[in-house]
Design a protein around this ligand. Structure first.
Ligand code: COA
Length: 260
């Protein structure tokens, strides 16, 4: 499928998905949602890709959220019923076996922040501003924001953000655990790429099982989560890469992962 609102590139086991509507701060229209669904479905089946990086084109924004121009026409009930049949691309991201990193520069508002919340890690530049600003348009976040945000920052802070539509600067986002790293603008996006590289150099199956253990375990009672971890850790003992990792350590060399 040729894309018109996103760009896709892959090299050395790292795939980069770029939101590409810089004229409107990478606002997310229906075409972009369809293209994101397509690209994440494809990536989730691509064994050669070990890490996915998501970023925004241009210098001002990760994404300013849903394309508000599409809100101007009233929606008919049939379109709501149709939309219930569609898979949300953010759910596909949750099921993507690879870790996904958001490289956030500038604005990340509304659906843009929800996309970043559906990533596994977030690296922001120090000029970033983040917010779930939907309340200003008389709506609430509809892309998982009301569920994913409180799981990251807690109930009170999430409600404060959702009910005021406030914009949080990068340093504050770091303090409350909304992003994992903040880097000077000049080091962005290379810092996010370096994080992706560090992770992509690890054993591929171990990376996938680490994500499955953490993301799959979050919703489980502790006992069941521990069982999931135990199953995955046991399965990893059967891999060729586990032998390779131990051999490389003993032989004082870099491991060569086969992904088996
Ligand atoms: N949907 C559609 N177009 C958008 C947009 C959005 N979410 N966000 C920005 N744009 C467009 C603007 O309309 C403008 O287009 P124009 O040049 O044709 O007038 C262009 O992007 C540049 O935006 P502008 O507002 O001029 O830039 P700014 O730096 O002054 O302000 C924002 C940037 C992001 C603070 C501001 O555009 C904004 O508040 N956007 C809406 C954010 C939002 O509420 N998102 C949640 C939607 S549910």
């Amino acid at each position: 499928m040729p894309y018109s609102t996103i760009r896709f590139a892959a090299a050395d086991h790292v795939a980069t998905v770029t939101l590409d509507r810089p004229d409107v701060h990478n606002a997310m229209n229906n075409t972009m949602r369809e293209e994101l669904l397509d690209v994440f479905l494809r990536l989730s089946k691509d064994d050669d890709v070990r890490v996915i990086l998501v970023t925004g084109a241009g210098e001002r924004a990760f994404s300013a959220g849903a394309d508000i121009r599409e809100f101007v026409e009233p929606l008919v009930p049939t379109s709501f019923r149709e939309s219930r049949k569609r898979i949300d691309f953010r759910q596909v991201m949750d099921r993507c076996p690879q870790p996904i990193i958001a490289a956030i520069r500038g604005y990340a508002f509304g659906g843009g922040l929800e996309l970043a919340l559906a990533c596994d890690m977030r690296v922001a530049s120090d000029d970033a501003q983040l917010g779930l600003t939907e309340i200003n348009l008389a709506i609430i976040p509809g892309g998982g924001g009301t569920q994913r945000l409180p799981r990251l920052v807690g109930r009170g802070k999430a409600l404060e953000m959702i009910m005021t539509g406030m914009r949080i600067p990068a340093a504050e986002a770091l303090r409350i655990g909304l992003v994992e790293r903040v880097v000077p603008l000049a080091e962005h996006p290379s810092a996010a790429q370096a994080l992706a590289r560090t992770i992509a150099d690890k054993a591929p199956v171990a990376l996938r099982y680490a994500k499955e253990a953490v993301v799959g375990g979050i919703g489980l009672p502790l006992e069941d989560g521990i069982r999931l971890e135990n199953d995955l850790a046991t399965l990893l003992r059967t891999t060729e890469d586990r032998i390779e990792g131990a051999k490389a350590f003993v032989e004082k060399r870099k491991p060569r992962w086969s992904g088996k």
